[in-house]
Design a protein around this ligand. Structure first.
Ligand code: V47
Length: 367
């Protein structure tokens, strides 16, 4: 796509950014703030789209995956989270390993990824997690296991008194292939401390990821936005992710997570707007110049806007998902599942080439 469309910008603060993007130069913290503050959404999106097309041309990726949330029992208290329950509450549940293995064994052959995230359960034995990995691989040796956020890994390190390195090595040996990007929330200490209690802080989250990458475990990264964070907090978050990626190269995909406010236990915020959601994708694409992929996550922003995200910097739309609980417990109005045909249609009608991928973006099939 040409730069001509942004030769005359409504927002003159974007001019130096446009020139840097054209030259492939790294954007600064202040550039990130200017992008977030700009109301010229089309220009911001156009710049992000240029970068997206430089990386991926007209490809639009998706994966056939399923989510398993093995427990909602959680020792942490996060004001935004409606999924977590305390032990003894009627809502609290923990899946038996046999249930998990049965679910995995019953998945259609074409499902390539299982995404596993749970609460910080204080009483499960360590063997629950290593046996989980082994049993899943036994049930489906070919399935990619993307499991446990950096927050969970940090919790295992504390609870089972093992180094983070050992936790990761044992999980990897048992079958873990990669890690999801959850639990990052917002790194800025003052803001994080207001909404999160009892789990890894920013430095600990980043250090778990550093060690995962050193062990050759690829991971994703997220940012939770649309609550009490400032624009500066968002840019700070992106810059810290970019710095770690410079060091390790282990992040695969950045996923901005729009706050789902409806059932959130202790936060009184309105839902995010389409402007904010598209900017989260676009600014992520522009700032994270060393991240290969940016996701437009339909579970959080809805399939319709996720489709538009494919022209605002995102190259991936996630997948079939099935049985998502974290956003839906928080009252998400989006569907629980999309079929492959729906995903393909969304991508194709956005003018992209639908490519089914595996978790680490090996091409499975072009649709
Ligand atoms: O860690 C919790 C967030 C995350 C709410 O890596 C909320 O491929 C919005 O990380 N509103 C879990 N967000 C989801 C996640 C994820 C999803 C899809 C793909 C990948 C990946 C990762 O959801 C949690 C937390 O940050 N969360 N409550 C809420 N009310």
């Amino acid at each position: 796509m040409s730069t001509a469309l942004v030769e005359t910008l409504q927002d003159s603060a974007l001019e130096p950014i446009r020139d840097k993007v054209a030259a492939g130069e790294r954007l600064s913290f202040d550039d990130g703030v200017a992008l977030y503050r700009s109301h010229d959404l089309l220009a911001v999106g156009h710049l992000a789209n240029q970068v997206r097309e430089r990386w991926h041309g007209d490809a639009g990726y998706f994966v056939r995956n399923t989510h398993i949330n093995h427990t909602n029992v959680c020792a942490a208290t996060c004001d935004f989270c409606a999924f977590a329950a305390k032990k003894g509450e009627p809502r609290a549940y923990t899946l038996g390993l046999d249930d998990i293995f049965r679910t995995v064994a019953s998945l259609p052959k074409a499902v390539r990824e299982v995404h596993i995230v749970g609460g910080l359960h204080p009483d499960l034995p360590w063997s629950y997690f290593t046996d989980m990995m082994r049993g899943i691989k036994q049930a489906r040796p070919d399935i990619h296991v993307k499991a446990f956020t950096a927050v969970e890994v940090f919790f295992f390190h504390k609870l089972y008194r093992m180094s983070v390195d050992k936790v990761l090595a044992e999980l990897k040996e048992a079958g873990l292939d990669s890690m999801p990007g959850g639990g990052a929330e917002i790194f800025a200490k003052e803001t994080r401390d207001k909404i999160v209690r009892g789990k890894a802080d920013a430095a600990q989250w980043l250090d778990v990821m550093r060690q995962a990458h050193r062990q050759g475990i690829p991971t994703n990264a997220t940012m939770l936005y649309g609550h009490i964070e400032s624009v500066e907090d968002r840019v700070d978050h992106l810059v810290r992710l970019r710095e770690l990626q410079d060091e390790t190269g282990g992040f695969v995909t950045y996923i901005p997570l729009a706050f789902q406010p409806w059932e959130a236990p202790a936060m009184d915020c309105p839902e995010t707007t389409a402007f904010e959601d598209l900017k989260a994708i676009a600014v992520g694409r522009l700032m994270l110049d060393n991240f290969p992929h940016v996701k437009s996550y339909w579970i959080m922003i809805g399939p319709r806007l996720a489709q538009v995200g494919l022209s605002f910097g995102a190259d991936d739309i996630d997948g079939t998902v099935t049985e998502e609980k974290i956003a839906h417990d928080a009252g998400a109005k989006t569907p629980q599942i999309l079929t492959v045909h729906e995903l393909v249609r969304l991508i194709r009608e956005a003018g992209r080439r639908p490519i089914e991928r595996d978790t680490v973006f090996n091409k499975v099939r072009e649709w």
